[in-house]
Design a protein around this ligand. Structure first.
Ligand SMILES: [Mg+2]
Length: 260
C-alpha cells in the first residue's frame, strides 16, 4: 500500500495544483465524509461549511461536483437537498442522476434476484434483535449500528451464508455497521471513471471515509487528489481526521477554484 500523507501543507499544495486543472471533477462521498454519522440516517446533514464549499465548487467554471453514495438515489437527493444541476450517483454506482435524467434500470432478472435475496434476508434479520434490513433499489443492506458486537457478527455471518445460497453471483460489501448485498458489480470507481470520461475532466478530487470508497481511490490517476476521511487502511494519497477537517480542505479547493 502506498504511503498516505497526513501533512496538511503537502495536501494544501496538492490542492493548489489541482485547482489549476482546466476541467475538474469533484467526487464526494456523503455519509462520514460531508456529513458526520448520526443514529438516524434520515436526520443527518452535510456540515454547513462543507456544503457551502460544495455549492461554490458547483458554481465554479469548468467544475463539476458529483455526490457518490451507497445510499439509494432518492434518499441521497432528499437528505442532501442537492440543487437540480448537481450530479448524484446512488447505490454505489448503480443509480444515476446526471443532467437531470434518472438512470437505474436493473434488468428484470436483476430485480427478481433482489426480491429473492430480500425475502431470504428478511427471514434472517427477524431472528436478530436490533438488526435492521434496508431494501434498496439495487440490493439490500443489513444494519447493525448500536447492536452488540457478538449479535452483529452472528447476523452478518448468517446473512452472508444465506445470501450466497440464494444467489451465487451476489456481490457482498462490508462497511461501517453495514453489510450490503448487490446484484450488479459496479463500484464507486466505475462511477468516477464514467464521469471523468463524460465530463472530459483533466483531474479528479475524491474524498470518502469507508471501505467502499477504496474502489474510488483505486481509479485515481497521477495529478488527481484522493482524501481518506478518518482511520483505516487506504489507497488515498492524503488523509484527514474527520468530516470537520475535510471542511477546511473543501474550503481551500473552492476558494482556489473560484478565484483562478
Ligand atoms: Mg461514507
Amino acid at each position: 500500500m502506498p504511503e498516505t500523507v497526513t501533512d496538511p501543507s503537502a495536501l494544501s499544495s496538492a490542492l493548489e495544483t489541482l485547482a489549476a486543472a482546466p476541467r475538474l471533477l469533484v467526487a464526494l462521498d456523503f455519509d462520514g465524509t460531508l456529513a458526520p454519522f448520526a443514529d438516524d440516517p434520515a436526520q443527518v446533514g452535510a456540515l454547513p461549511g462543507s456544503w457551502a464549499a460544495v455549492l461554490t465548487l458547483q458554481r465554479a467554471r469548468d467544475t463539476e461536483v458529483v455526490l457518490v453514495s451507497g445510499r439509494p438515489l432518492d434518499g441521497l437527493a432528499r437528505v442532501t437537498q442537492a440543487p437540480d444541476g448537481m450530479a448524484l450517483v446512488g447505490s454505489h454506482g448503480v443509480e444515476w442522476r446526471v443532467d437531470g435524467h434518472d438512470e437505474d434500470a436493473l434488468t428484470d432478472d436483476e430485480s427478481a434476484r433482489v426480491q429473492r435475496l430480500g425475502a431470504a434476508l428478511d427471514e434472517v434479520v427477524s431472528r436478530y434483535p436490533g438488526v435492521r434490513i434496508e431494501h434498496k433499489p439495487a440490493g439490500l443492506g443489513i444494519h447493525t449500528r448500536g447492536v452488540d458486537a457478538e449479535t452483529a457478527a452472528a447476523a452478518d455471518a448468517e446473512a452472508s451464508r444465506v445470501a450466497h445460497e440464494v444467489d451465487d453471483a451476489v456481490l457482498e460489501r462490508g462497511g461501517k455497521d453495514i453489510l450490503e448485498f448487490a446484484v450488479r458489480h459496479v463500484t464507486k470507481g466505475d462511477a468516477i471513471d464514467r464521469l471523468r470520461e463524460l465530463r472530459g475532466a483533466d483531474a479528479v478530487f475524491f474524498a470518502g471515509d469507508d471501505v467502499t470508497d477504496e474502489d474510488g481511490f483505486r481509479v485515481l490517476r497521477e495529478g488527481d487528489v484522493g482524501v481518506k476521511v478518518g482511520q483505516g487502511d487506504t489507497l488515498a494519497g492524503y488523509r484527514v481526521t474527520d468530516p470537520a477537517a475535510l471542511t477546511e480542505v473543501l474550503k481551500q479547493l473552492a476558494r482556489a477554484r473560484a478565484t483562478r
